[in-house]
Design a protein around this ligand. Structure first.
Ligand SMILES: N[C@@H](CCC(=O)N[C@@H](CS)C(=O)NCC(=O)O)C(=O)O
Length: 213
């Protein structure tokens, strides 16, 4: 199978897929999409991903979109090492942690949302920063509690790698980029540091991508 990943270095959703590909040791060809240049909105890219968002994973020329759908596709076709537990309740709990980040944090802070706040609603930078901090801290506070219950020293759920870890690291990277204080989130900060010791995570980091500015 030939995998081509349409990715952008600072995109947290692309970062998730890069981590999953690395964990599963799947070779792929990156195609860099510049969000600064607006390449995600060009017709050639929209034909692959009509939402105009990265990432897109092409599998032998077939385009898959949405990071969770892509990672679950990889999970099904490359089950080792697993990123979801076998037990149905455990699996639902991992997916709940994933969705907390993917549905309740990231979409509120995505580039197109921040641009809309600025250009269409005319908000100032202070108001936009307050919006960002509010939604990210609301989500992270809940995640911190859940990880306290379900996580361990080095992982968000149980004591092995899961999709929840794959979703945590990019969102924390993004929070640091926007200078959000992570005080009061000791579990998230500790687990993030532990995960970043792994090559699969380090090699997927924005600063280690060829398209990093
Ligand atoms: N739910 C989507 C989110 C994708 C997404 O929001 N991508 C962002 C980067 S992280 C993007 O392409 N933004 C471009 C824009 O807002 O114009 C996924 O998980 O793949």
């Amino acid at each position: 199978m030939l995998y081509t990943l349409y990715t952008s270095f600072r995109s947290s959703s692309s970062y998730r897929v890069r981590i999953a590909l690395n964990i599963k040791e799947i070779p792929y060809e990156p195609v860099f999409v510049s969000l600064v240049e607006g390449e995600q909105s060009r017709a050639s890219y929209l034909s692959k991903n009509p939402q105009g968002l990265v990432p897109t994973l092409e599998v032998d020329g077939v385009a898959l979109t949405q990071s969770a759908a892509i990672i679950e596709y990889l999970e099904q076709n490359h089950p080792t090492p697993p990123l979801l537990p076998d037990d149905a309740v455990a699996r639902a709990r991992v997916r709940a942690l994933v969705n907390l980040v993917a549905c309740d944090i990231q979409p509120l802070n995505n580039l197109q949302v921040l641009k809309y706040l600025k250009k269409d609603l005319g908000l100032g930078q202070d108001q936009i920063d307050a919006w960002y901090d509010h939604w990210i801290l609301r989500g992270f506070t809940a995640l911190e509690h859940l990880v306290e219950i379900y996580g361990s020293e080095r992982h968000c759920f149980g004591d092995s790698l899961t999709m929840a870890d794959v979703y945590l690291v990019p969102q924390l990277w993004n929070a640091r980029r926007f200078k959000t204080s992570l005080v009061g989130l000791p579990n998230l900060v500790r687990i993030d540091a532990a995960l970043n010791e792994m090559d699969a995570f380090r090699n997927a980091a924005p600063e280690n991508q060829q398209d990093a500015l």
